[in-house]
Design a protein around this ligand. Structure first.
Ligand code: UDP
Length: 498
């Protein structure tokens, strides 16, 4: 019977923020829809990925077939000014021959569909060659998808108003994008390669048989309507859009990873009062400059709130310094264990108040713990969804990619987060502002604190309902599965007729 199930190949670009939702999608397709799944992974740092896989629940490990593609060398094509988006596009472009030979080698059953993330739409040609359905899984939200789709069609005059005059960019039928929240491509207009890479992503959407997004109907109804409206964004030949989220990691078992100090963190959390701990983390790649780390440390200390802070060595000019590799070096410690880039004596002074965790923490465990009451986050979409499914309000500190859009969505459209507009810009945000934001989000007895909590819980309830059988996201994914089943059926009929 196994050979009757559709076999679907998922392709992930480098970065844990891309791989994690792809693996979770694979998990969901196996457990809820009984598909056979192979995940092709392009990883710059397979050891981090392997360590993450090792930490997955046994059922996920056993069912997913994960293939690591050999690393490609793109060093001749990148320089210090190459944008992160272009780096990812290049890596995926150079990996295509490996993707092709891997798919070519898959037999019994031959895969009937290929699902790729935003950076890998170049693989659609391969899918066509092998007669497979082709889908994009945009691991972000509908608003960012709308911008991506609109970008190649944006009239030059409108683009100039945004890029040169810093006016808001109106995306048909969707919330406008104010310049302060804009994405790299409009901040670096001279970078034509970045401009063209992003435009190609947008154009490639039209080649897909469907676009999956990690959002859900009830979260972004207006934007989804615009994406489907032939007078608005659907006029750019868009295929059907399937909001299938929130697809997030299940809570991982503690231990086993070479990075985390799970046992220590968990036993510390177990001793803290309910919803009293602020979790501070900037995703898999986020890094701050040393001046900002100092202010953040003081802000946390002055707030008097409990915290768990995932620290990474500071970087000078890159906000995504750890995206491809978590550096284990640079953690020189002062006498009391404080890393040298934090204020002297910080660990001693805050030893009753918080935990400083180097590099990587078991985030899903922390956010799911009853002692956690707030998340100070870079607003990566996975982190955002993990906060929502656990009903944890946020402080926004966007760093790169579409994170400023996410921050606006969370603080202004949804009202489940606090944000200082200066956070994450090139200016260093002073400790006093940080202290105020921390107190605001952790204030369980203040009107604002209560409002934030009840708002995020309402969104959490919507998210759960969307995923349940009969919910909007469950139904959307079922439609995609149905198309794969029809494809298998057609192939069988063709084989019988031949
Ligand atoms: N993550 C984690 N521990 C860490 C930092 C990150 O488990 O110390 C996970 C986090 O739970 C999330 C992913 O890494 O699933 C980060 O994805 P996100 O989209 O939030 O940000 P990105 O890393 O892509 O910027």
């Amino acid at each position: 019977m196994d050979s009757e199930k559709p076999h679907v190949v998922l392709l992930s670009s480098p970065g844990m923020g891309h791989l994690i939702p792809i693996l979770e999608l694979g998990h969901r397709l196996i457990t809820l829809h009984s598909l056979r799944i192979t995940v092709l992974v392009v990883a710059t740092d397979p050891s981090t990925v392997r360590s993450h896989l090792h930490n997955q629940p046994a059922d996920v490990r056993d069912l997913l077939e994960v293939v690591f593609l050999p690393p490609v060398d793109i060093s001749p094509y990148v320089g210090p000014s190459t944008a992160i988006l272009s780096v990812l596009v290049l890596m995926m472009r150079h990996s295509m021959p490996l993707v092709r030979s891997s798919i070519d080698g898959m037999r019994s059953p031959r895969p009937s569909a290929l699902i790729v993330d935003l950076f890998a739409t170049g693989a659609f040609d391969i899918a066509e060659e092998f007669g497979m359905l082709k889908y994009v899984f945009d691991t972000s939200n509908a608003w960012f998808l709308a911008l991506t789709v609109y970008h190649p069609h944006l009239p030059e005059s409108e683009e100039n108003r945004h890029v040169v005059d810093h006016e808001q960019l109106d995306i048909p039928g969707c919330p406008s994008l104010v310049y302060d929240d804009t994405v790299d491509v409009y901040m670096n207009p001279e970078n034509r390669i970045l401009h063209e890479d992003y435009a190609e992503m947008g154009r490639d959407m039209a080649k897909a048989d469907g676009i999956l997004i990690n959002s859900w109907e009830e979260l972004e109804p207006a934007t989804l309507k615009a994406l489907r409206d032939p007078k608005l964004l659907a006029k750019f030949s868009l295929p059907s859009v399937y909001p299938i989220g929130p697809i997030v990691r299940s809570v991982e078992p503690i231990g086993g990873s070479s990075f985390d100090c799970g046992e220590i963190i968990l036993s510390w959390l177990n001793k803290q009062p309910q919803e009293s701990v602020l979790y501070v983390s900037f995703g898999s790649g986020g890094t701050l400059c040393i001046e900002q780390m100092t202010e953040l440390a003081w802000g946390l200390e002055m707030s008097g709130q409990r915290f768990i802070w995932v620290v990474r060595p500071p970087t000078v000019d890159q906000k995504w310094g750890s995206l491809f590799k978590l550096k284990k070096n640079g953690l020189t410690r002062l006498d009391d264990g404080t890393p040298e880039y934090l204020p002297e004596g910080f660990i001693t002074r805050t030893k009753e108040q918080g935990l400083v965790v180097p590099l990587w923490a078991p985030q899903t465990q922390i956010l799911a713990h009853k002692a956690t009451g707030g998340f100070f986050s870079h607003c990566g979409w996975n982190s955002t969804l993990e906060s929502i499914v656990n009903g944890v309000p946020m402080i926004c500190w966007p760093l790169y990619a579409e994170q400023k859009m996410n921050a606006t969505m969370l603080s202004e459209h949804l009202g489940m987060a606090v944000r200082s507009k200066k956070a994450g810009t090139d200016r260093v945000l002073p400790r006093k502002v940080i202290e105020t934001m921390v107190r605001e989000v952790m204030g369980r007895d203040t009107a604002e604190g209560k409002r934030l909590r009840s708002t995020v819980r309402e969104i959490q309830r919507m998210a759960n309902a969307a995923l349940e059988e009969g919910g909007s996201s469950y139904d959307a994914l079922s439609k995609v599965v149905k198309q794969c089943e029809i494809k298998v059926q057609e192939a069988k009929e063709r084989a019988r007729g031949a």
